[in-house]
Design a protein around this ligand. Structure first.
Ligand code: DGL
Length: 264
């Protein structure tokens, strides 16, 4: 089985890891559109075109399903692509519903890109959920995904400074949970969770995507418990810019989770 996983860069690897738990034997093709990242500050029309180009690339590569492991690309492109798609296309959305259910009191801070926060998809999601408009506080974080994407020597320091300046003021005492509405932010879970000097639970949509992928492929989910990570995975990487360096970073991020990668 061949699964395409798409993001503007390394954020989508966090979704790929979730998919690997359920489909350890699958062959994954990871497409990072580093030539055009970050997506969050571009126009929805541009992001739709780049996502469609990635979808075409996956179809040429004969995948069985495509995962849009990018909230921004999902917001801009999942509906138009599904209109003509030949294979299941699974998008990712901020885990707001889960957060509202798990934390029925207080407020939920949603961190996402400018495009996701401004998009009609988020608006629809908030409209469907009781209390969501009163309880979910969306905060656009322009510039955060690129600091994470850089993975330069001081990237964590840069992220800390950003979070203190831009996010800490929004972490008021009534915030019960943080929803990571951008897959890049999954790589800074600990930094955001500890930001306000108390442990704020953080949630993301990756497990839900992996389970939805299985459902769409008619693969029975054996258990409610999230399976263990496999020690090895079959993954081909395709980055549209800085391919060699990005592939090395990707392999390192997966290795930090105990996953050895081999390509086909
Ligand atoms: N990882 C992406 C997301 O989930 C977008 C980051 C970006 O390119 O701005 O929204």
């Amino acid at each position: 089985m061949r699964i395409g996983v798409f993001d503007s860069g390394i954020g989508g690897l966090s979704t790929l890891i979730a998919c690997l738990r359920y489909l350890p034997e699958a062959h994954f093709l990871f497409y990072g559109d580093t030539a055009h990242s970050p997506y969050g500050d571009k126009s929805p029309e541009q992001v739709r075109q780049w996502t469609e180009a990635a979808y075409e690339w996956f179809i040429q590569a004969e995948v069985d399903a495509v995962v849009l492991a990018c909230n921004t690309a999902t917001s801009a492109a999942v509906s138009p692509i599904r209109e003509y798609a030949d294979v299941p296309v699974i998008g990712i959305e901020p885990a707001i519903k889960k957060a509202l259910t798990l934390y029925p009191e207080g407020k939920i801070l949603l961190l996402a890109t400018t495009m996701t926060v401004a998009g009609a998809k988020l608006e629809q999601l908030l409209a469907q959920l009781p209390d969501a408009r009163q309880r979910v506080m969306p905060l656009a974080c322009p510039g955060l995904a690129e600091r994470i994407e850089s993975q330069g020597a001081d990237w964590q320091q840069q992220v800390r400074q950003y979070l203190h300046r831009q996010v800490l003021p929004a972490c008021t005492a009534d915030i019960q949970a943080i929803v990571l509405g951008c897959t890049h932010y999954c790589w800074i879970r600990d930094l955001s969770s500890g930001l306000a000097g108390r442990a704020i639970p953080t949630l993301d949509g990756n497990d839900g995507v992996a389970r939805q992928l299985c459902r769409r492929l008619d693969i029975p989910l054996q258990t409610d418990v999230c399976p263990e990570l496999p020690g090895a995975a079959s993954i081909d990487f395709h980055f549209t810019a800085e391919a060699a360096a990005k592939t090395q970073v990707a392999r390192q991020l997966l290795a930090a989770h105990g996953i050895r990668t081999q390509s086909s």
